[in-house]
Design a protein around this ligand. Structure first.
Ligand code: SAM
Ligand code: SF4
Length: 323
């Protein structure tokens, strides 16, 4: 469907849990983890059946692309089965998953068999000590094994790295070259614990990388359904992606809405606007659910206001929203 500004909304990110097996400092630092757990106990996540009802309604509104996220989606046992079920919904064009990769090795083949189209692995550093300091867990090897297993299973893999000021972009690019998977750098958004990490611009990084890898040119072949702009450097075999929500605001072409694990349909990362679908899931018909979702999507805000954090109304952790 189209929203009030004429944008086609065809992409739904589904957070299936707030829980996570890492404690990334910019997302769910140890200090905030207890609070997230308490909230989850008070308000449990949607069941798979409830999520599927929402997916059927979304399909009726023209949503064709889905991405499963979290928290860490692979800590929820039903994740692979959910991928398979969404893939079977008429109209589904793709189902991807965004994961920290810690549990990926053990389920990569099952994800492929379930019809998963792509796996985005979040990896901010390839230095084991830095990984442990940033995520609170000594799990870099598991993530690397997960990436290998996903490739071996025939899944399309991309790496996502948050652009912190401590980023060692070259090391990540070299790892990506070696693994033959594209890497995308994501500007930090002032959501939750991310507020203290906002700053570095992807545009500056893009130019800085030219001194190592030669001139870059836009890669016009569109990769995926997301906001990443890809470039190719003369000396690299893989494209490098830049997701620049702050310095390269792409709201005019935003095609997505988000479902939180507690059943809240969220319209923009920046604001709390949206609708709680619990009530209509429990007491309404399938048509009611679709109508409630359509009314909410229509009102999707025109653009984020991350450049004016005081105007933001979203105060949850990113792990509770899904990124
Ligand atoms: N646990 C999974 C993972 O890490 O890929 C999925 C959930 S995580 C919230 C989704 C993505 O959001 C990750 O790539 C993570 O790095 C990114 N993220 C978290 N906080 C962010 C922030 N403040 N700004 C930009 N990206 C952020
Ligand atoms: Fe967990 Fe992903 Fe957030 Fe890291 S970025 S704490 S892995 S949800």
């Amino acid at each position: 469907m189209k929203d009030q500004y004429g944008r086609t909304i065809d992409y739904l990110r589904i957070s299936i849990t707030d829980a996570c097996n890492l404690r990334c400092r910019y997302c769910m630092p140890e200090s905030a983890a207890g609070c997230a757990l308490e909230q989850a106990e008070q308000n449990p996540p949607l069941t798979v059946e409830e999520m599927l009802k929402i997916v059927h309604a979304a399909a009726g509104l023209g949503i064709t692309h889905y991405r499963i996220t979290g928290g860490e989606p692979l800590v929820r046992k039903e994740c692979v089965g959910l991928v398979q079920k969404i893939k079977a919904v008429p109209g589904t064009a793709s189902v991807g998953i965004t994961t920290n990769g810690v549990r990926l090795a053990s389920c990569a083949r099952d994800l492929k068999a379930a019809g998963c189209d792509s796996v985005n692995v979040s990896l901010d550093t390839v230095d084991a000590a830095e990984f442990a300091a940033l995520t609170g867990r000594d799990a870099l090897e598991q993530v690397k094994q997960g990436i290998c297993a996903a490739k071996e299973a025939g899944l399309l893999v991309k790496l996502n790295a948050v652009h912190r000021k401590e980023l060692h972009a070259q090391e990540l690019i070299e790892f990506a070259e070696q693994e033959k998977v594209p890497v995308r750098f994501i500007e930090v958004m002032p959501v939750g614990a991310g507020k203290s990490y906002v700053g570095p611009s992807n545009e500056a990084l893009k130019t800085e990388l030219e001194q190592w890898y030669g001139a870059c040119t836009p890669d016009l072949e569109k990769e995926g359904n997301g906001p990443a702009a890809y470039v190719r450097y003369e000396k690299l075999s893989m494209p490098v992606g830049f997701i620049s929500a702050i310095h390269g605001k792409f709201c005019g072409s935003c095609n997505r809405v988000r479902l939180t694990s507690r059943g809240f349909l969220k319209l923009c990362l920046c604001y709390e606007n949206g609708v709680d679908l619990r009530e209509v899931l429990q007491n309404g018909t399938a048509a009611d659910l679709r109508d409630v979702m359509a009314q909410a999507i229509l009102k999707k805000p025109m653009e984020h206001c991350f450049e004016r954090p005081k105007d933001m109304t979203e105060h949850h952790l990113m792990s509770g929203i899904g990124g």
